[in-house]
Design a protein around this ligand. Structure first.
Ligand SMILES: [Zn+2]
Length: 226
């Protein structure tokens, strides 16, 4: 589901009673279209006559952009409520998600079976990128088939696995050529790495740009050397 104002307002009252002893005052709630966060809470600061800093104008925005399980939206609402609760209490946490925050989060998770985390600010998109964008070393086989198709295979980086894969694929009789490359281009993170004699078919022109900075590996050379 996507978060709606009605849903967020209902959950805010429900969780205020359930997890915060009803101690949170009404806080303006908004639905945003943000793609950079799931939930965000804000306040403003002012200095009182005695020089003390006062926080005020609290608000919570929940992104309505993402299609998420209901419980994940609920956990996001509670996460933002914890921030507001700490700010309103006037206590100072050790960091944005410091000791006070974690203690409350863990208590609520334990007592109410929730799965609130401190990493909620990452959106599904960001999480996917975090997994996919890390450069990792890969050995990639580019397999050309007699019928004109091209396949990609990510292999474990051992001479034995490469030699065996090459032999198996060439023996299939369906293949005209196999080239091996060493690359840490994260584009290849999406392919499962195994020794199985299979490929994932892709258009050649889609694959080649990702191999531009790759180093060719001569697998035959490995096997001759051993
Ligand atoms: Zn937070």
């Amino acid at each position: 589901m996507k978060a709606t104002l009605e849903f967020v307002e209902e959950r805010f009252s429900r969780f205020n009673a359930l997890c915060f002893d009803g101690k949170l005052p009404p806080i303006p709630l908004r639905i945003s279209n943000a793609r950079t966060y799931l939930g965000l809470s804000r306040y403003r600061k002012r200095r009182g006559a005695d020089g003390s800093v006062e926080l005020y104008a609290f608000s919570i925005s929940i992104s309505g952009r993402f299609d998420l399980p209901e419980s994940e939206i609920e956990d996001t609402v509670i996460h933002e409520m914890i921030h507001c609760y700490i700010w309103i209490s006037g206590r100072k946490d050790t960091s944005a998600h410091g000791r006070l925050f974690r203690d409350m989060m863990e208590r609520i998770n334990r007592e109410h079976g929730r799965h609130i985390t401190i990493s909620h600010r990452s959106t599904p998109q960001e999480r996917e990128q975090a997994v996919d964008s890390r450069p990792r070393p890969h050995v990639v086989a580019l397999v050309s088939f007699k019928d004109g198709r091209t396949g990609v295979k990510v292999l474990p980086c051992t001479d034995r696995s490469l030699v065996r894969y090459r032999r198996g694929v060439m023996l299939s009789g369906k293949v005209t050529d196999i080239e091996f490359y060493h690359t840490d281009n994260p584009w290849f993170n999406r392919f499962p790495c195994s020794s199985a004699l299979n490929v994932i078919y892709k258009k050649r022109e889609e694959i080649l740009p990702h191999l531009e900075s790759a180093s060719p590996l001569n697998v035959g050379y490995f096997s001759v050397k051993r």
